[in-house]
Write a protein that binds this ligand. Structure first.
Ligand code: HEC
Length: 121
């Protein structure tokens, strides 16, 4: 009797795990501006630094990317930089999302004090 209860629990937790994985995959792509902001700070920030001051990847503050036009930045985000740790993001982000991120990076809007809550996470 005990065994079948354990068996049920095991199958149940595998099922719950699978549902979680599916939910995460579906939730993977940021859907709105707040999610996109979080995404840039967390995902891009994991390499470029939570304050975009650089880490494994170069710093991305407006002064650091002054020589890169927004379109060039968008192309880098879309395609990545082959042969480096910078991955392509086109499978996860739409062109409008990529354009939005490029503009945020150029303007430094995500580094403004009103987004300090994002950076301290
Ligand atoms: C796994 C680490 C990693 C992640 C995650 C990552 N990058 Fe990068 N990124 C890099 C590296 C390394 C480079 C430098 C590539 C090179 O040597 O030219 C780079 C380069 C760049 C550049 C060009 C900077 C310059 O001055 O030439 C931009 C713009 C950029 N990344 C934006 C982003 C954005 C936006 C995200 C999130 C969507 C992101 N990166 C996520 C590692 C990463």
């Amino acid at each position: 009797m005990k065994k079948s209860v354990a068996g049920f629990r095991w199958r149940h937790s595998v099922l719950a795990g699978l549902m979680l994985i599916t939910a995460n995959a579906l939730a993977g792509a940021p859907e709105n501006e707040a999610e996109l902001k979080n995404f840039v700070i967390q995902d891009c920030g994991s390499c470029h630094g939570l304050k975009l001051k650089g880490g494994l990847g170069p710093p991305l503050r407006p002064e650091d990317i002054a020589s890169l036009p927004a379109l060039a930045i968008a192309a880098i985000i879309r395609e990545g930089v082959p042969g480096t740790a910078m991955p392509p993001w086109k499978a996860l982000l739409t062109d409008p999302q990529i354009a939005w991120i490029s503009q945020q990076l150029k303007s430094g809007a995500l580094l403004a004090p009103e987004h300090a809550d994002l950076q301290s996470r």
